[in-house]
Structure formats: structure tokens, C-alpha cells
Design a protein around this ligand. Structure first.
Ligand code: 5AD
Length: 475
């Protein structure tokens, strides 16, 4: 309750209130991070802050960070360094790091980057607005009295029980058709390359009723499609809830409950792990018509030896068999994946096996990552770290394979009618509209306002490999 009373509106005397502090919030990394930023923006706006897309115009600068690869960390560190220059004329500006890198580096960040006032970890997003209030209040009210060497900073990277329930509000744009919903936090799988268990903590799931309530609220606001988010969604609820009497996993029970929300047209989820992707989940693609036929199924490697070293606990045969089961459940299912090249000790033969599996599965698309050593992960300590040159060669080689597959998948849809959900104006050409096919491919077409938020067929006329182009078939 003190939260509401401490809002900036209440704190500042009228002259200062004429312009409320403006916040520039930039997000790095995955959809979970985007979702967390949305909650932070919502909290700030509800206290009277104004969001701005222009960093030069900002009083408060927040970077919501990613740690999954070193490059992502370096980008955010570089950006914060540059942004620090803005302070030259405005010493009261507030600078903060949020999220994964904040969690893993903690007070190192305030120590090493002089202008950083705030570091908030992944279980404390709901505290950000409070902390910004406190720092801004102190800086503005004490503007003339603060000594140069007097620093006030807040670092909060503690764990908090129940924090997974705090990412539940949205900032919806007008006619927004799709939304992400966080259903769980953390991961207990401990893949040897991955920093996530230390940045996001151990698996904690939300309650099914809470998630359903959030989806109902979104649908009331006009949202037609939700994507359920988690680091390891198919293991949702495994520590909290039992299987149903019919043997359905908690995740499939959740899918059923969300599927039953009236007015929801489409349901997606990301990302599952091949481990624990059982028949009840495969079967859900047969049974639940709103569940869209696309699975992003991280494969990581096509070599059993490397999978073992990665602590992935499945074999190439098991992975392939799962993709076959999914295709048997829905012949039109789109499969995408994540692959790491250049894991420590990966030989030419291991890499060739990865390349081979990519072709054999015939992915619709894939994200390829060059292995990056992460702090406190077992793989970072392994011998036989590969040179950048080898990683880069394998990256380029595999990209060519993936692009070829993606192009063929797109071309196979030319001449067909595809049902799409229209999301809004095309990002690359605002004279056109953009939607997604059931398999999650972007479809661009000519149309009008009336199409936005609607589900209808589009006749596909051409494909570039990245996007499909077509004409609405009915409207
Ligand atoms: N190096 C490279 N890629 C990584 N990923 C996770 N950790 C690393 C790392 N240390 C990739 C995995 C994961 C995706 C989100 O990021 O492929 O599925």
C-alpha cells in the first residue's frame, strides 16, 4: 500500500509535476524479457511516469538485459556506457540495469560503471517502480545539495518466493491481436552451456486459475492469440501440481484450461524441452484445434556425444522420433529449433552430424548460435574450447542449410490458401498488413483497418524465404 502513496505524483510539488519523469526502457534478449519489460512499463506508467522511445529525452534509462551469450551482455554494457554521456548536463538522470545480467553481475555493475544507480534482478521486476521513485526523488530533491562523491544506489538481486505471479499485467496497444503470458520462471535442467539456472533461478510455476484469468482479461480487451512463455514450458507445474486422473501433465491441463477461454482464437507456447515432451502433449496437437501447429523444439546438437556433454539427456534418435510423432499428430506442423555450433570438443564429425539432423528433420527455420563461454557454467571450464574461426565457419555453413530449408518451406505454400491472424501494419512497409500463418510464418498482404485482429484466409502468391506475400481470399 505504501507503494501507491509513494507515487511520483504524490511526492513532487506542483512545479515539478508539470513534466513527469520520462523513462527510456530498452530490452535485450528473449520474449520473457520483453514480457518482463511490459510489466515494468505498466507499473511505471500507472505511477505517472511517461515512457519515451527517445533516450535523449529521458530522465530515467533502464536496460533490461540478457546474459545467454557474451555478445548480449557486451551490447548492454556498451549502451550503458554511451548513455552515461547524457548525464553531462543532467546529473539527476537515473540509470538502471534490470533482468538477467543484473542478476548475474549484481553490485559489480554499480561498482564498475560509475553512473549506474539501480540494479534489479529477475525476481524483483515488481519493485522497479518503487526503486526508481526513491532514486529520482533523492536526486531531484537533493539536486543542489548532493556532493559529487555522495552516491546512492540500490541493488536488489534477492530471491523472492511467489515472484512468478508478479508478471501478469499488460500494456496493450490499440487493436492488439496477440499477447505473451508468462506461466513460469526458472529452469532446473542445468544444460552445461547455459547460464539461465543462475539468472532465472529454479523452476516455479504460476497457478492455472491465475493464468486463465489473465488470458480471459486479454481476450476481453480484444486479444485473439496468446503465447504461453517459460524457459521450459512443458515441465510447467511439475513441482506444484499432480497429473490429472487421466494422466495428463500439468502443462497439458493448462493448455486445456486456456483453450477453453471463450473468444480466444489461437494458442501457442514457447519453449519446450525435448525431455518431458510426452505423448499427452503430442496428442494435444490432435485434440485442441486452437493450438497452432508450430513447435519450437531446441535441438542444440545432432551428435549424441555432444548432447551428452551438454547434459541434454536425449539422443539424436529420440529427438528425431519426437519430430516424427509431431508430424504424425499434425502433418502441417512447423518445426523450428535452436542449435549451438562450436561447443567445446565439437569435432568436424560432430558438426557434420548436426548438419545431417537439420536436413533430416527439415526444419522450417532455426536460430544458430556460436557457443559462448558463460560464467559459472560447466562447459566454460571444459578443455578443447574451439577457436572463433571454426565457430564462424560452422555458423555460416549451417545458416546456408537453414536458409535453403526455410525457402523451400515458404515456396511449398505458394498457391495455397492459408489461414492467418492479422496483427497490424507490416513493420517494413506500413502500406501493407502483416499476419501469421498457423505455422507462425509472416504473411504480408494489402488490406485495410478492418482486417486487423481478424482471422481469415489469404491466397499465397510468392515467398521470399523470410515472408510470404498474398491476397485476402474472402474480404
Ligand atoms: N552459447 C551459445 N548459445 C547459447 N544458448 C544458450 N546458452 C548458450 C551459450 N552459452 C542458446 C541455446 C538456447 C538459446 C536460447 O540460446 O541454443 O536454446
Amino acid at each position: 500500500m505504501s507503494v501507491a502513496r509513494k507515487s511520483v505524483r504524490a511526492i513532487f510539488p506542483a512545479p515539478l509535476r508539470q513534466s513527469m519523469p520520462k523513462v527510456f526502457l530498452k530490452t535485450y534478449g528473449c520474449q520473457m524479457n520483453e514480457r518482463d519489460s511490459e510489466q515494468v512499463a505498466r507499473d511505471l506508467v500507472s505511477r505517472g511516469y511517461e515512457m519515451t522511445g527517445d533516450e535523449k529525452d529521458a530522465d530515467v534509462v533502464l536496460l533490461n538485459t540478457c546474459s545467454v551469450r557474451d555478445l548480449a551482455e557486451q551490447k548492454a554494457l556498451g549502451k550503458m556506457g554511451m548513455l552515461g554521456r547524457l548525464r553531462a548536463n543532467r546529473p539527476e538522470m537515473v540509470f538502471g540495469f534490470l533482468g538477467c545480467m543484473a542478476q548475474s553481475r549484481g553490485s559489480e555493475l554499480t561498482r564498475d560503471i560509475g553512473h549506474v544507480d539501480l540494479v534489479v534482478g529477475t525476481q524483483k521486476f515488481h519493485r522497479v517502480a518503487d526503486y526508481v521513485d526513491q532514486i529520482w526523488q533523492r536526486k531531484v530533491l537533493l539536486r543542489d545539495r548532493l556532493m559529487d562523491d555522495e552516491r546512492f544506489s540500490i541493488v536488489d538481486v534477492d530471491e523472492e518466493a511467489g515472484s512468478q505471479e508478479t508478471i501478469r499485467e499488460h500494456v496493450l496497444e490499440e487493436r492488439q491481436a496477440t499477447a505473451f503470458v508468462s506461466i513460469m520462471q526458472g529452469c532446473n535442467m542445468h544444460c552445461t552451456f547455459c547460464i539461465v539456472p543462475s539468472t532465472r533461478g529454479s523452476e516455479r510455476s504460476r497457478r492455472i486459475e491465475e493464468i486463465v484469468r489473465e488470458v480471459e482479461g486479454l481476450v476481453t480487451m480484444g486479444v485473439r492469440e496468446v503465447t504461453l512463455l517459460g524457459q521450459i514450458v512443458n515441465l510447467f507445474g511439475r513441482h506444484e501440481f499432480p497429473k490429472s486422473a487421466e494422466g495428463l501433465s500439468p502443462f497439458v491441463q493448462l493448455l486445456e484450461a486456456v483453450h477453453a477461454v471463450p473468444g480466444l482464437r489461437r494458442l501457442r507456447f514457447t519453449s519446450p524441452h525435448p525431455i518431458g515432451f510426452r505423448d499427452d502433449l503430442v496428442d494435444a496437437f490432435r485434440r485442441l484445434p486452437k493450438l497452432m501447429p508450430h513447435v519450437h523444439l531446441p535441438m542444440q546438437s545432432g551428435s549424441d556425444r555432444i548432447l551428452k556433454a551438454m547434459h541434454r539427456a536425449y539422443t539424436v534418435d529420440k529427438y528425431f522420433a519426437l519430430t516424427e510423432k509431431l508430424r504424425a499428430a499434425r502433418s502441417d506442423i512447423a518445426l523450428t529449433t535452436d542449435i549451438i555450433v562450436g561447443f567445446p570438443g565439437e569435432t568436424d564429425d560432430d558438426y557434420a552430424a548436426t548438419r545431417e539432423l537439420v536436413r533430416r528433420v527439415g526444419f522450417d527455420n532455426a536460430f544458430i548460435f556460436k557457443y559462448s563461454q558463460r560464467r559459472d557454467t560447466p562447459a566454460a571450464e571444459m578443455g578443447d574450447q574451439l577457436p572463433e574461426r571454426v565457430k564462424e565457419e560452422r555458423n555460416q555453413d549451417l545458416l546456408a542449410v537453414v536458409n535453403e530449408l526455410a525457402k523451400a518451406k515458404g515456396e511449398a505454400l505458394v498457391g495455397q490458401r492459408v489461414e492467418i491472424l492479422c496483427e497490424g501494419l507490416s513493420k517494413t512497409n506500413p502500406d501493407r498488413l502483416s499476419g501469421r500463418s498457423p505455422g507462425n510464418k509472416i504473411v504480408i498482404f494489402e488490406g485495410g483497418e478492418r482486417h486487423i485482429g481478424e482471422v481469415f484466409d489469404v491466397q499465397i502468391e510468392r515467398s521470399t524465404g523470410f515472408s510470404l506475400y498474398g491476397n485476402p481470399a474472402i474480404f
